[in-house]
Design a protein around this ligand. Structure first.
Ligand code: SAH
Length: 464
């Protein structure tokens, strides 16, 4: 299948900067079930066109789907239309090929990001079961697209066989590049009404992120969400509720509460950790690698936690945390409960001594494996709080993330990711060495065989 994006914005060669793809280079991006080839059939000052040609390997695809058998998975056959029609494969290819643009970044010409440009997108072919041409229009026209549709006949040699279910689409609109890509990312699989990967809660998060700024206002939002989530009623309900909530909160201008109401995986993680700290009866807590202070925000709400200290290696993160928590404008009593300092978890630091608990939420995987023993000594031997909570991704779950390649990790900055066994082996060894007991808990919904998306170890020392 072929997707072609054309602009007549001047100079049209800006398209290369916007999409981070040089017009003179032919590029291929590897996908789990094939390849996406990117090339410009035309690129000059007046007009530039980039093609994304998706080359799906049907055999790889069926192999990759084997672990999904028995889960109502629809594509487990060698002969199907997947290699030829636009579907969730195209979304994955878009996300992988144009990740930077989809995130609204353009390092060479940042001024282009906010700019609306005239675009034409040609896609051959799409199918649109349960809705056809009417559905295509209903999805794209409310977003300002001019839509031209050509329906293909089954076989030109036998016109009497009639029409096929496949269309070539031409979409025209003037909008930002990021919006265009996000619309396509969400709406192409919606048209197709199928998914080549297992749909989990993670998809809700992704849909809401890609739908930011347009999905809530879309008259067909229910149908979009339903079809995007593979017609799973329970997930659809959840997504709709979250979408409404987010936007309601936005309308009421309470941006700080917005995040706490979205039940993302990370939010779940933070809830589990803060609940655990509460159960442990701790009062003074170190949040090590506190990042932007998401855990701290939760902890501050509970009076049980008398002193909360955020530490991070990054000045930038600490600055952000203070801003997000309005640290400088806090009431004096509240402010007294909170402290921040910059430090590295790999260097002994007397400021870390004397606490009831330390939390390291999604931090260890950011360190090189050979630096982990330094962290162990700093936290378990020198700081030695009574309780230590560590969370880290469960690598086994990664097969359920659609855009991930076999050996890819969840974030560019992760240095390693562990299976449940690897994490437990490490934690058990550390616990034994430093005289802690340790218990493990999954975080997030558990799936058969691969477990939950994240995992937690709770270490305790002393009285227990
Ligand atoms: N705990 C936060 C942030 C997780 S991201 C949350 O759950 O939202 C990982 C954080 O660890 C980043 O903010 C990063 O700056 C910090 N970090 C990475 N290596 C570190 C080190 N050696 N010492 C201290 N912090 C570190």
């Amino acid at each position: 299948m072929l997707l072609q994006i054309t602009t007549t914005h001047q100079p049209a060669t800006d398209l290369g900067y916007l999409l981070h793809k040089h017009p003179d280079r032919f590029q291929s991006v590897k996908l789990s079930h094939g390849k996406a080839h990117l090339f410009y059939p035309e690129a000059n000052e007046k007009k530039a066109s980039i093609c994304l040609l998706l080359d799906i390997d049907p055999i790889e695809m069926v192999k990759g789907a084997r672990h999904l058998s028995g889960k109502g998975f629809a594509l487990g056959q060698y002969v199907n239309d997947r290699p030829y029609t636009t579907s969730s494969f195209m979304s994955v290819a878009l996300a992988k090929s144009f990740a930077t643009a989809m995130n609204g970044t353009c390092s060479n010409k940042p001024e282009l990001v906010e700019k609306v440009l005239p675009f034409e997108v040609k896609i051959s072919v799409v199918s649109a079961p349960k809705g056809g041409e009417v559905l295509i229009r209903k999805l794209f026209e409310p977003l300002g697209y001019e839509v031209e549709i050509e329906r293909h006949i089954l076989d030109p040699k036998f016109p009497e066989w009639g029409e096929s279910k496949y269309y070539t689409l031409l979409l025209k609109n003037t909008l930002t590049t990021q919006k265009l890509l996000n619309h396509l990312y969400v709406l192409l699989p919606v048209l197709d009404n199928d998914k080549h990967y297992y749909v989990s809660e993670h998809e809700v998060e992704k849909l809401l992120k890609k739908g930011e700024g347009w999905l809530y206002q879309h008259p067909e939002k229910e149908q979009i969400i339903y079809r995007y989530l593979f017609n799973l009623g329970s997930l659809t309900k959840k997504a709709l509720a979250q979408l409404n909530l987010q936007n309601k909160v936005k309308l009421e201008e309470k941006p700080n509460e917005e995040e706490t109401k979205k039940i993302t995986l990370h939010e779940q993680r933070l809830q589990v950790v803060s609940q655990k700290l509460k159960e442990l009866g701790v009062e003074n807590i170190l949040d090590l690698g506190c990042g932007e202070g998401k855990l701290i925000r939760l902890l501050l709400r509970d009076k049980q936690f008398k002193k909360i200290v955020g530490m991070d290696i990054s000045h930038q993160s600490l600055k952000k945390a203070k801003e997000r928590l309005h640290y400088n404008d806090m009431a004096p009593k509240q402010k007294e409960r909170l402290d921040f300092f910059q430090g590295a978890l790999t260097y002994k630091d007397s400021r870390l001594e004397g606490y009831d608990a330390a939390a390291l939420v999604e931090v260890i995987e950011h360190l090189d494996l050979d630096r982990l023993s330094a962290l162990e000594r700093v936290v378990f031997e020198f700081a030695q709080p009574k309780n230590i909570i560590i969370t880290t991704p469960n690598k086994e779950y990664n097969v359920l993330f659609e855009t991930m390649e076999t050996h890819q990790m969840r974030h560019d900055d992760h240095r390693f990711e562990w299976t449940r066994q690897e994490f437990q082996n490490w934690a058990n060894t550390v616990a034994k060495k430093h005289e802690y007991s340790v218990k493990f808990e999954p975080i997030g919904e558990e799936e058969k065989e691969v477990g939950a998306p994240s995992q937690m170890a709770v270490f305790s020392r002393g009285d227990e």
